[in-house]
Write a new protein. Structure first.
Length: 305
């Protein structure tokens, strides 16, 4: 598997890790919050006979790029920088007409890419379970936690990410992994019942070595990294970008969902020209990358054929 891993030097001198496997139509997968290129390999193994599968590890993750926590808030990290790295990677590889997949925060990277570069180098895109605006307010209810995530809670979460990350992460994981509806009250309290349910979800995922404690616990060295990316999503509103996505787009959303719902999906569908919308039924934000991955693989094969 070592042959899958490569590095390229970005324009600012940072070494960016990327995975490149398979042959065929090139496909760039932008991973989600706290992810990595390596985490995409199980899916790539299933489609590498049809596609050239590429993913890069966004800065600060997996201990890469020489980013220290003290520099994370200074503009070194964020979806806008990841978008630049994505463009530079495609140019490093000499690729045009690339199919793009943005899963969760990876879709935010696409929004930032289009804002900065238009649809340069892109041919088609799949957006998976993401909102163009994380924080909800009096005029917007299609953001995080199915319309319940407020500016006040966002600011509390930023403080938790700096002082004691698990305060944020325990509740966040219950939202990502478990099914929810917009009618549910969000109190941001992690209970023993939540933990028991998470134990069952982790067991059902079948991922080797996957535990609830491993899911919740984040090394202190990563707190500032995650905070920088969270701020990069929370401080931006990409709704104006959606009409500027001029390549064909397929949307895939979890139903009933967990952190987003059909309202978010329908908004995206109505505001991206010519987009198609597919639901992954009986799914959560997490399960679409685990036991429900087949739905995404099917869409990739059909839409990128």
């Amino acid at each position: 598997m070592k042959e899958y891993f490569h590095y390229f030097k970005a324009s600012d001198g940072a070494d960016i890790e990327y995975v490149d496997v398979g042959a065929g139509k090139p496909m760039l997968f932008a991973h989600g919050f706290s992810g990595s290129a390596e985490m995409q390999i199980p899916m790539f193994e299933r489609i590498k006979d049809k596609f050239r599968c590429i993913s890069f590890t966004q800065r600060g993750y997996a201990g890469l790029s020489g980013i220290s926590p003290g520099t994370c808030a200074s503009g070194t990290l964020g979806p806008h920088i990841s978008a630049r790295d994505a463009k530079e990677l495609l140019e490093h590889l000499g690729l045009e007409n690339v199919n793009y997949i943005g899963y969760s925060m990876g879709a935010t990277v696409l929004f930032a890419y289009v804002r900065q570069y238009g649809c340069t180098h892109l041919e088609r895109a799949i957006i998976v379970d993401m909102t163009p605006k994380l924080i909800n307010d009096g005029t917007w209810n299609h953001g995080l936690y199915q319309g319940h995530y407020t500016k006040e809670q966002y600011e509390k979460d930023l403080r938790s990410m700096e002082e004691e990350y698990s305060r944020f992460n325990r509740y966040f994981m219950t939202q990502v992994l478990l099914p929810h509806t917009a009618q549910e009250h969000r109190d941001y309290v992690f209970t023993p019942q939540h933990r028991a349910i998470l134990e069952q979800v982790v067991k059902m995922s079948g991922i080797p070595g996957f535990t609830v404690d491993g899911l919740i616990t984040v090394p202190r060295t990563m707190w500032a990294v995650n905070k920088a990316y969270w701020r990069g999503m929370g401080d931006n509103d990409f709704r104006d970008v959606l009409p500027k996505i001029t390549v064909p787009v397929a949307l895939l959303y979890a139903r009933p969902g967990s952190i987003y719902d059909q309202g978010t999906a329908e908004y995206m569908y109505k505001n991206i020209p010519g987009a198609t919308l597919t639901y992954s039924d009986d799914s959560t934000h997490f399960s679409m990358a685990a036991e429900k991955m087949e739905n995404l693989i099917r869409l990739i094969k059909e839409f990128f054929a």
